[in-house]
Ligand binder design. Structure first.
Ligand code: ZN
Length: 322
């Protein structure tokens, strides 16, 4: 069904500590102050965000308080950065770039169970949505997530870059049920993937995605300069307001939801690399307002990750309307 997911805005926020490279120490949560301002903007704009809590966020008093106060107006899921979730091996301690795939499978399973329990304790209900740290989703995580009652994952997308390059280039752009063995393929694991959105500014044939990433970066730069193929990320930290709106328009044409990725430390000034000053923070919020207004004026629906997963299993958001 072409277009079944068009005009749906899914706003996801990974709630994690301030960037240590900016604030000078690890584990600080000064940026939590920005969450209330962001949540108020969402409320005014009719947006129901999905907050994905890390272990350390779910262990922070300020974050627990926020989650309890916003629980009726938002979804709270889980976000795995494995080095902070017990059991922590000696070799993992302080490894802030540890990927889920680098963790031994038995320990990874235990960490996922503990993370989900901690988020449930913090929020007062079991999480049903998830994102892997560094967008590093593996089949081992998918099977563990299914057992833990997670219904929706949002960790990959065909145009997303990871340490491995572009490992998800063959994955669908629209939501799909994840396979238990190959995360890029539809299957029957019970967990629905809601892909993170990036899009080419102009129509770009799907069959050339792989070729595009195979050419050297300098060629991609040249293509971008002549307007041939420009990749836009649906992240307010990495795109202008006009570019974010352009992504919305592309997703509408493609018939996929627009899944925005935010890091909580971008919501305050001076706690992340992209938003260092009050001026940059005002501009960041300005971009968010521009996208939310675009969606609102055009009658878009705001969906949480789990709502999208349930729509997929139920035959799609427009299934009843035809
Ligand atoms: Zn993260």
């Amino acid at each position: 069904m072409a277009g079944r997911w068009a005009r749906q805005l899914v706003v996801t926020v990974a709630v994690e500590a301030d960037d240590p490279a900016v604030v000078g120490r690890t584990g600080s949560y000064r940026s939590l102050a920005g969450l209330a301002r962001f949540h108020e903007l969402c409320r005014r704009s009719g947006v129901r965000p999905t907050y994905l809590l890390t272990w350390s966020a779910a262990s922070e008093g300020g974050c627990v308080e926020f989650a309890r106060s916003a629980a009726g107006e938002a979804e709270f899921g889980a976000h795995l950065h494995p080095e902070e979730v017990p059991p922590v091996a000696e070799s993992e301690r302080g490894q802030h770039t540890l990927r889920p795939r680098d963790v031994e499978p038995e320990r990874l399973r235990a960490k996922l169970g503990h993370l989900v329990d901690r988020v449930a304790e913090a929020v007062g209900r079991r999480p049903t949505s998830y994102r892997a740290g560094f967008l590093d989703l593996t089949a081992a995580q998918v099977s563990a997530l299914a057992e833990l009652g997670i219904e929706a994952d949002s960790s990959l997308g065909p145009l997303e870059k990871t340490r491995e390059g572009y490992p998800y280039v063959s994955a669908p752009m629209a939501p799909y049920p994840l396979d238990g063995a190959d995360v890029c393929r539809p299957g029957a694991s019970g967990v629905v993937e809601v892909p993170v959105t990036s899009a080419f500014r102009r129509p770009f044939p799907r069959v050339f995605f792989g070729a595009y990433f195979a050419v050297p970066g300098v060629v991609r730069g040249a293509l971008r300069r002549v307007g041939g193929a420009e990749l836009l990320r649906f992240r307010p930290a990495m795109a202008s307001g006009a570019e974010l709106v352009a992504v919305c328009e592309r997703t509408e044409r493609l018939g996929v939801p627009a899944v925005m990725s935010i890091h909580s430390n971008e919501l305050s000034a001076g706690t992340s690399r992209p938003v260092r000053t009050e001026g940059e923070s005002a501009a960041y919020f300005g971009r968010l307002e521009q996208v939310f207004a675009h969606a609102q004026e055009r009658g878009w629906a705001s969906r949480t990750l789990t709502e999208v997963a349930r729509d997929l299993r139920g035959g799609g958001p427009h299934a009843e309307a035809g």
